[in-house]
Design a protein around this ligand. Sequence first.
Ligand code: ADP
Length: 747
Amino acid sequence: MSEQLNIGVLTSGGDAPGMNAVVRAVVRTSLHAGAVPYTIHEGWRGVMEGGDAIVRAGWSDVSSVLGRGGTVIGTARSAEFRERSGRQRAALNLVRRGIDRLVVVGGDGSLTGADTLAREWRDHLTDLLAQGAISSDDAAAHPSLHIAGIVGSIDNDLVGSSMTVGTDSALHRIMDATDAIASTAASHQRTFIVEVMGRRCGYLALTAALGSAADEVFIPELPPEDGWEDAVVAKIRAAHAAGRRDSIIIVAEGCQDRHGTPLTAARIQQAIAERVGEAPRITALGHVQRGGTPSAYDRWMSSALGHTATLEVLAAGPGDDSYIFGTRAEQIVRLPLAEAVANTQAVGTHLERGDYAASLAARGPHFAHKLELFHRLSTPLTDSPARRRRRVAIVHVGGLAPGMNTAARTAVQLGEALGLEMVGVRGGFPGLVDGDIVPLSWRSVDKWGNAGGAALGTRRTVPDTGELFGIARTLEERRIDGLIMIGGLAGYEGILSLAQERLHYPAFNIPMVCIPTSIDNNLPNNDFSIGADTALNTNVEAIDRVKESASASNRCFVVETMGRNCGFLALLSGISTGAEQVYLQETGMSLAQLSDDAASMVASFRGKRSLYLVIRNEQANENLTTDLITRLFEEAGHGLFDARSAVIGHQQQGGEPSPFDRDLAIRLVDAALTDLTGQFRDGTRDARYIGSQDGDIRSYPIRHFDEQMDMATRLPLRQWWLGLRDLLYTLARNTSAEPSLLSLYQR
Ligand code: ADP
């Protein structure tokens, strides 16, 4: 028997965008680790059929699949696999190929099947040996079946994981649709009911409702109380009274009322029609939610998941359990397979029993809070308060980032709900110097919709000593009690200088909070700043096009991304589009490296390759500019290939915020207002900033922010994503097998 490790990958159950990224990662990580990967076509059916359905996979078999929706190796549902005899056939085919390690991408059904097969494995082998179908050597060589599960499901229903493969792409489809519906609904003053997927899981419905500022949402985990018919009509009327012209109600397909009767879009439609005399329109989004190109997140995170799952399953030894690989914020977590599936399926039992506290709790601590946030945001205040409220000003500072409007709008609508009076500063710190302050209300900011840009305007300038006087005068004259800065590093510096000048200017003795917003993603104690995910998706779309344009010729493309000194956009764009090389300021550039890269280009074009993709961060190196390296590569091409550059410009700062950025903006603003109102209550006057790390949102004193930064490069000391650079090389560079990779990997 050889020591060779054979590993299979299959996709099963419903398809989900991002599955291909997993398949590619499994195949290429296996090749790097010196194992032999097999793609198994049509899910469990393919395992049972064997033959041509189980194919030894090479490096280029998974070329150009990263950006494709669905699953290129097919998926199926199979009743036969639910039977023991079917699973025995599967075991036989796997043993015959020497495959005893599987990465299975599917929903809880597919993973239950995987777990059952792994548990029965020894018994199947004993039976097959007795039948003479396999030899005793075969049985001895494969004492157990090792499974790594990855949940491919747009529903995001795995208990214990923040996201599943496909969910983010589905949210992109849903929010594109709700944005489109909102504009037509507003034109006609109409109410729309949008039905989204989610049999037992309201994640898509709730996240879409928050992100698209819907009027009402119905989710399976918490059926509405009796009398919901009148409540929904009252809510729509209140929003109309506050100036809204369109109404959107989002309903997850699996909803029920408290009596177990399905709560369908048609039922909600009828209830509203009976009460207001006009029937709302229904849009059932259906399979559109599953289709289409995967979002950036579903490419880079699914690549990371496939990579980690493969290394784990290759390192597994006899007696090791099977695991599901999920996510907690940007971290990959390992959950015991059987337990995670059982917890996921238990949600159905909680609902049957009417235990809604348990069904909500299963979704994690953030879910119930998000639901509560939704209700606060979607309920405008009806009566104006008698006493003077605390007045809070919102200001944007720094480069424009998608999501600034969402954050400002959320701050105003949540602030009002908390009893604050909200005003906006037009044009950054200079606006504050000039006293350019406008009143804001639920009604006025509601009109901003989900547009990109910043309705209040933003400026990069940090106030100099002369301007501090003007700012203090404005804060005093306009009786500002608190300040919210939504922006980037210049904003943090500006707020810090106000805080440091408190002795000279008593007006600065007010609570101030910064909210991290920048496409560069370079803010302290914060994993993602608002706007970075949108810019990343813009890049991925642009690079997909660039790649297509090159498909007809032998070409090296050098794509330049923004980010100032920060390589986040460049690296993540590279991983998400399958770039071979990424040049970052953080890791430096050298002539020697360019010469190696040119040699590697020549070698790969001499092979079958027709495109070589290189991404360069705009400030990767002062001298080795995008233009210069493109010319160098053109020179190296020497007729074998040509080289072109594509600079993706300011479109990275524009566009409607992605679902992730809307969600992030709402959660960070919520944390900022919690900090601010806490300070009003306690009588403190701290200047602070909000940061989200590993899914944990906290506020930090601004006076220490520069300790988290290298102020010479204006980069945070902790840049978690730099660790993903090796992933890019493993998945994009076909070097000879490196068994050392596996030995390096620590379980
Ligand atoms: P999903 O994996 O998306 O939840 P299904 O529940 O339809 O989708 O499962 C997909 C396939 O996984 C099924 O057709 C079947 O082959 C297999 N499967 C599902 N549940 C089981 C089970 N309890 N035991 C064995 N195999 C199962």
